[in-house]
Design a protein around this ligand. Structure first.
Ligand SMILES: Cc1ncc(COP(=O)(O)O)c(C=O)c1O
Length: 405
């Protein structure tokens, strides 16, 4: 029987192959150090958990909640934007709470896309950026990720050569997986371009608070007039280490927010009220929890960069995100990121995410997630050192001929 139309457009998850290998290695007794999935390992701060426990005792909170988010939560998000970015938002018309930013993004795609609409999407990128639109009947045109002149060159070409003209442009800075960061000047130019060509901007700012130098990432909405064309998605998952809680936001352009709210009103009743109240408490907090999460990732990043370099693998230090985007060591380039990731599991007991899982232009890299503690990261580096040394001795045994590209 032929596969369903939509399902046929969703290739098997590349990461699934690595996950399967990881599971069977573990079943055979291996202690796999898992730097693969971007699944934060830090516990949610206790004050947020306590608030949830307190509120859940009230039976009135057990009823259906509101799809757009309770008013206090939307107000807290608006206050966060004002505090952090100096951006004023109307919590009634420009803010909607989502079941994690992934759900918000996918349903925004569903709300705005007509079959065949062209969407400009970074490659490599977090998979929902492309597949949210593919599932909605859209067509993806890949864009370079680096926020420099090459980006504007490909933007110009995309507009000149796409028929119909692109509906939307997806931005994701700080980027998952590449960790590229964009500054306000970049956003100014993109907004000017989008306004001129009447293109919607969807900005994924999931890593707004995971940064390591003195320059906190900007919001596209800081650009005057951006709200005419842009919506931005943020997430509690990384900022407050709340990935399982499923809480995020879309904010910005009223027409787009209204479209997303309309679609969501048909699909869901919002997050469980105690989760929304606890999220409100988190957003209204003094920021100390955010600081703690950031400091932990920073220490891990420094340990990773230093210990991997000692192991013979130079990995550029990310300025933001909880990921390093690591070029395959020279002698493994020819086998590609998936085979290299499999080798790392088999020979070094370390799991990473193959770059090709984020798009074809990611295949010379793997993504290393900082989701194990410093001790385990050092252990991963020691394992990798041993693996690289043995690979140098006998490449033939390590890289099977049939896996070469
Ligand atoms: C760039 C990016 N956007 C969105 C998400 C999804 O976050 P959420 O848990 O809010 O759905 C992730 C999660 O890894 C991400 O890396």
């Amino acid at each position: 029987m032929e596969e369903f139309h939509k399902v046929r457009r969703l290739p098997p998850y590349v990461f699934e192959q690595v996950n399967r290998l990881k599971a069977s290695a573990r079943a055979a007794g291996a202690d796999i150090i898992d730097l693969g999935m971007g699944n934060p390992d830090l516990p949610t701060p206790q004050s947020i958990v306590d608030k949830l426990c307190e509120v859940v005792q009230d039976p009135r909170t057990h009823r259906y909640s509101t799809s757009r988010g309770i008013p206090g939560l939307r107000k807290a998000q608006a206050r966060y934007y004002e505090r952090r970015f100096g951006v004023k938002l109307d919590p009634d018309t420009q803010v909607v709470a989502t079941l994690g930013s992934k759900e918000g993004f996918a349903n925004m795609a569903q709300a705005i896309t007509a079959p065949g609409d062209v969407v400009l999407c970074p490659n490599p990128t977090y998979p929902i950026h492309a597949f949210g639109f593919i599932m909605s009947g859209g067509v993806i045109r890949s864009m370079t990720v680096k926020p420099d002149d090459s980006f504007f060159y490909s933007l110009e070409r995309a507009v000149r050569h796409s028929i119909p003209k692109p509906l939307a442009l997806i931005l994701n800075y700080p980027s998952n997986p590449t960790a590229h960061v964009a500054d306000l000047d970049f956003y100014k130019d993109v907004v000017a371009f989008a306004r001129k060509h009447d293109i919607i901007i969807l900005s994924d700012l999931a890593y707004a608070e995971v940064y390591y130098d003195d320059a906190p990432p900007a919001s596209v909405l800081e650009v005057p007039g951006a709200v005419d064309v842009a919506v931005e998605f943020t997430s509690m998952s990384k900022t407050f280490s709340m990935p399982g809680w499923r809480m995020g936001f879309a904010v910005g352009n009223e027409r787009l927010i209204a479209a997303l709210s309309r679609v969501k009103s048909y699909l869901d009743y919002g997050a469980f009220t105690p989760i929304q109240v606890a999220a409100t408490t988190a957003l209204n907090g003094d920021g100390s929890e955010i600081e703690m999460v950031r400091e932990t990732y920073k220490r891990r990043r420094d340990v990773m960069v230093e210990s991997f370099a000692n192991a013979g693998w130079e990995v550029p230090a990310p300025q933001a995100t909880m990921f390093a985007w690591a070029p395959l060591p020279e002698r493994f380039r020819e086998i590609g990121s998936l085979e290299f990731s499999k080798l790392l599991i088999e020979k070094a007991e370390v799991a990473v995410a193959p770059g090709v899982g984020f798009g074809e232009y990611g295949d010379d890299y793997v993504r290393i997630a900082l989701v194990e503690n410093e001790h385990r990261i050092r252990q991963a580096a020691r394992n990798i050192k041993r693996f690289l040394a043995s690979a140098d001795e006998s490449m033939q045994n390590v890289v099977q001929l049939n896996t070469r590209r």
